[in-house]
Design a protein around this ligand. Sequence first.
Ligand code: B12
Length: 220
Amino acid sequence: MEITEKQKILAELISEGEKDSAVKMLTDWAYETTFKEVIFNVLEPMLVHWGKLWMQGKLSLAHGYLSGKVAEEFYLIASTDETFRTNKSETKGTIILGNIEDDFHPLGRRLVGIYAQAAGWNIIDLGSDIPAEQFIEQAIAHRADIIAISAMMFTTAKNIIKVRQGIEQAGLSEKVKMAVGGAVFKLRPELVGEIGGDGTADTAINAPELFDRLMKMKQK
Ligand code: B12
């Protein structure tokens, strides 16, 4: 991958442990250009690049952790920016979002939330490490249309089966659709069906389209 000048500066700040300066730098760039530009042309390609280096053992866990923290804080700031806020007065529906039990990879989930909200969905983000029972309780409490679950690992993806069982036990199969996503579903697409998912999307940009599709399935 060809590293741009901005990505070089970002990488240096992170390897020096300068978390706050890195977040500030990204935010300044976003105000000079747009949040979308910084997320998709600066930060995400670097996260993928660092992910590959990490898997090859060429990057420390500390670097991986810090880059995650920087991205997380920056996405929180981005989510409050008006480009990601919907102006529509009516929402498309309600989505309960979370990382499944034992999964602590929040970045992808946050991005899915930001994009779905911008597309007009009401998002209730429960956070990381959410047990199946909590997904079901919240879906009932908020009369949700979709439960959207993020899982990065094979071991954690298997915990999603309990959400499918919960949906069935509560008699909600027709009313609540279950979207799943995360690194492990890109590697093993057959897992979507195996754990009872109704559909997936490979990126946050494609997630709103998936939610529209699931909503149509529900209305049939
Ligand atoms: C960063 C990272 C971490 C960071 C997380 C920091 C943070 N604050 O987020 C830290 C260092 C803490 C970490 C820890 C661990 N990690 Co880790 N981690 C990663 C890494 C490099 C990147 C993940 C990421 O944030 N990507 C960037 C985001 C933007 O992309 P994304 O998450 O894929 O999300 C996009 C799509 O998938 C999609 N999406 C995501 N969720 C959803 C949900 C729905 C409904 C939809 C529609 C779409 C969707 O949209 C998103 C945006 O476009 C991946 C490598 C990889 N290939 O993913 C490993 C990886 C996921 N981790 C892995 C492992 C093994 C671990 C640890 C067990 C390591 C350890 N020994 O401690 C722990 C476990 C923690 C836990 N219990 O969850 C493995 C999982 C292997 C597997 N398949 O089972 C991976 C694949 C690396 C590897 N090959 O070894 N990790």
